[in-house]
Design a protein around this ligand. Structure first.
Ligand code: ZN
Ligand code: ZN
Length: 144
């Protein structure tokens, strides 16, 4: 797994080290290729994303995001290579919820899965299957 950090200072790079170790550990355990993690060295979020996976180069970009739930979101994209125009498919939602439950402490996994169900209406029933809890339909959320 190559790391590209541009002109990022050592001090700033240190913040990413734990999530980089985490990505490597999960990728190895899941048998998924992560060729490259690109850390943006500009102001966090200034390019419009906090994180992104590229399913052609098997890379992950991180722009100020060093939390594990975000890393698992992106890793799930590389496990489930879905349709280029519809990244957040049902298969992706199933995989990311599985990864959250496997690699995050229980309470954090549930919070992360709840977030996914809130952001993607079609994932609400998956959350309900796993927890027995209902998620209200969110009309303002991201369409699949
Ligand atoms: Zn950026
Ligand atoms: Zn995504």
């Amino acid at each position: 797994m190559n790391i590209e950090r541009g002109t990022m200072s050592d001090e700033r790079f240190k913040r990413y080290e734990p999530v980089l170790r985490f990505i490597k550990r999960v990728a190895d355990a899941e048998g998924v290729v992560v060729n490259l993690v690109r850390l943006h060295d500009h102001k966090a979020g200034s390019c419009g994303v906090d994180a992104e996976a590229d399913m052609e180069e098997y890379s992950i970009d991180l722009c100020g995001a060093w939390d594990r739930a975000t890393a698992l979101h992106e890793i799930a994209h590389l496990v489930v290579i879905d349709n280029a125009t519809r990244h957040h498919t049902r298969a992706w939602a199933v995989k990311v919820m599985e990864l959250n439950e496997k690699y995050l402490p229980a309470a954090r996994a549930e919070r992360a899965n709840r977030r996914i169900a809130l952001d993607h209406n079609k994932a609400r029933h998956l959350y309900r299957q796993r927890t027995g809890k209902r998620i209200p339909r969110n009309v303002a959320n991201i369409a699949w």
